[in-house]
Design a protein around this ligand. Structure first.
Ligand code: 5GP
Length: 198
């Protein structure tokens, strides 16, 4: 069986990555949306094992030492990492995998898995991003300004990604990512198992 694609979706906080990933999974339920480990405390409404696996710093370090994370990064004072096993299993079963992770993590994934596909989601503008962050109401004023400063830093990295899309409307962003997935599946290397040439 041809292994599924490994897609990384990054972009500043508030750009709409989560909504885009959920929409992609609703349209194609075979897509595996990776659930990260984090040392960040849960926000109201977040459920263990749905948004994240919430864990202690000691346990996070233990997983790191045991090599169980595909990548990890420290973001806004907390640790975040992608559990390796679930990703490998899903890909082996032929499922496309989405990692919604930050830029540091995305670039590490590319280093370790050069065939991964990095997609950066851009806001229509920085003003629009700050409006979305304020509207989201999950952070206080100080946290919003930390996230905006971090966003400006992250935006500098978008040219290192394979693709960049502007999230003006969720439907547009989703159909662009579907087009990327379709195109990536036409690459000769993806078809090697189906069409082995001696
Ligand atoms: P939040 O705390 O708002 O859920 O996430 C903060 C940032 O951490 C977001 O940019 C999100 O994409 C990133 N993030 C979430 N999970 C992971 C992960 O497993 N690895 C890395 N490198 N970043 C992650």
């Amino acid at each position: 069986m041809t292994p599924g694609l490994l897609l990384v979706i990054s972009g500043p906080s508030g750009v709409g990555k989560g909504t885009i990933c959920k929409a992609l999974q609703t349209l194609d339920p075979t897509i595996y949306l990776s659930i990260s480990m984090t040392t960040r405390p849960p926000r109201e409404g977040e459920v263990e094992g749905r948004e994240y696996y919430f864990t202690s710093e000691a346990h996070f370090r233990e997983l790191l030492t045991r090599g169980q994370l595909l990548e990890w990064a420290r973001v806004y004072d907390f640790y975040y990492g992608t559990p390796k096993k679930a990703v490998t299993e899903a890909q082996t079963a032929g499922r496309d995998v989405l990692l919604e992770i930050d830029v540091q993590g995305g670039l590490k994934v590319k280093e370790n898995c050069p065939e991964s596909i990095l997609i950066f989601v851009l806001p229509p503008s920085l003003d629009e991003l700050s409006r979305r962050l304020a509207y989201r109401n999950t952070e206080n004023k100080d946290q919003v300004s930390v996230r905006l400063r971090w966003a400006e830093k992250e935006l500098h990295c978008y040219k290192q990604y394979d693709y960049a899309i502007v999230n003006d409307r969720v439907e547009n962003a989703v159909s662009k990512i579907q087009a990327i997935i379709a195109a990536e599946k036409c690459r000769p290397r993806y078809l090697e198992d189906l069409w082995p040439v001696p």
